[in-house]
Design a protein around this ligand. Sequence first.
Ligand code: FAD
Length: 389
Amino acid sequence: MLVPMKQRFDVLILGAGASGLMCAAELCCNSRLRIGVVEGNATAGRKLNISGGGKCNITNVAVSQEHFLGECSFVRRVLEQFTKEDLLCFLHDHAIALELRKSRYYFCKRAASDVSNLLLKRARGARFFYSCNIVSAVHESEGYRVHTDQGDFYARRLVIATGGESFKHLGASRIGLELAEGFGLQSRPFSPALVGLTLQKEQFWMKELSGTSCRVCIKVGARSMEEELLFAHKGISGPAVLSASLYWNKGDICIDFLPHKNLHVFLHSKKLLSTALPLSKRFMKTFLEHIGLQDKPCHRLHAAEIERLSQLKSYCFAPAGNFGFSKAEVSRGGIDTAQLHANSLMSTQHKNLYCIGEVVDVTGELGGYNLQWAWSSAVVCARQICQSS
Ligand SMILES: Cc1cc2nc3c(=O)[nH]c(=O)nc-3n(C[C@H](O)[C@H](O)[C@H](O)COP(=O)(O)OP(=O)(O)OC[C@H]3O[C@@H](n4cnc5c(N)ncnc54)[C@H](O)[C@@H]3O)c2cc1C
């Protein structure tokens, strides 16, 4: 169905994902502006609804700029204006029950769709155009014109909330970067992040452990992440690896398979290596074979053997690559924050052009940080639009 010609709005939001929905909801509840939302999918919030296994890890106990890849002071200033406490209050006031997992991660108790439904209800004053694909946008004298496969839209203010490139089957695209480019904004290309890592031949021993997991500490540059590592058929995955992938481009990562444990304490034992160490027998046998050590009583190890075994505390190698956009929870990269105001997410070059959510060059670690970014950036943008209209 083609939209009638000359659809005019005060604010047009591109994308009805987490950030677009929150922005529409805030605008509708706090202004009388005419809001339009253009979405390529047939429904809103598809990625949000499947996030966190359908219960979305909505935020984290400890939200701060250190958990994000992006310009620190910009991220801090945006997060400060709509904090995780503000989010928790908002959800509490609207009877969205949460549960805390591992004393850190807030998940929806029932379903992530409770959040998208709440936002849709609050955004009911907006007009939603579904199954409508954005093609391009231009700045005109009175505002912005957006060209879609269903016709053109006009608006005084334009909010780009089209997200990143991962999970294309849920509607993801790189249109946000194309639009930015059209407006002369700098951006960093998207690349897969929060994603499993593939292995070079020398580390194929890990594939033999496919389906098992262990708690590790992974170091990437100056960052270190302690969580579960999952050995997978394609490589390594699990929370520790996903978070590490955010900071890895190429080169070595180092894995400590015995975090907080001193290897030497176990080496006085008369037990076999495969049973003395607090790692699974299957892991130890595979690892020993890889480093060419016999499974023998710990106290009989020679100095050179102990040296080889000490790789358990710092196993360094260069991953081959990652599992790609189809498996990546987020896309690293996006529109450069140096060209956005932190108190509004408005472009410094184009008045009334805003960029929010994952399309911005800010990416969080695993643990609810990316949704918190989507909420905070959306609310900051909506508040500024309300104040200045
Ligand atoms: C499997 C998975 C699990 C995740 N789990 C979590 C989690 O538990 N916690 C967390 O914090 N983060 C999680 N994330 C990340 C989080 O979902 C995203 O960071 C967040 O949804 C980004 O919000 P957004 O509004 O910027 O983008 P999106 O929610 O992706 O919304 C962008 C919207 O724009 C639309 N769009 C794109 N291109 C076009 C076009 N050309 N025309 C029209 N419409 C278009 C898309 O269809 C989409 O609806 C997960 C991601 C995935 C893939």
